[in-house]
Write a protein that binds this ligand. Sequence first.
Ligand SMILES: [Zn+2]
Length: 77
Amino acid sequence: MRIRQLTIEPLCRFCIEVEDVTAATVVDHRRAHKGSEDLFFDPDNLQSLCAPCHDRIKREMERGKYVIRFDTSGWPI
Ligand SMILES: [Zn+2]
């Protein structure tokens, strides 16, 4: 699943949102699976991220924090 996801989506999704091009190295579950096999194996629940975005932005989101990011024009996304 990891190889398939990184082949389909080789760039970090969060970086692309701010018009940055970064190779993805982490396959992330968009919605935490919390032991659910359906969510764990659902290919539509996967996204590709770079390690810094996964370890910083996604981790803050999972902790329930509201993460404000800005596009290249300075507008929040
Ligand atoms: Zn990234």
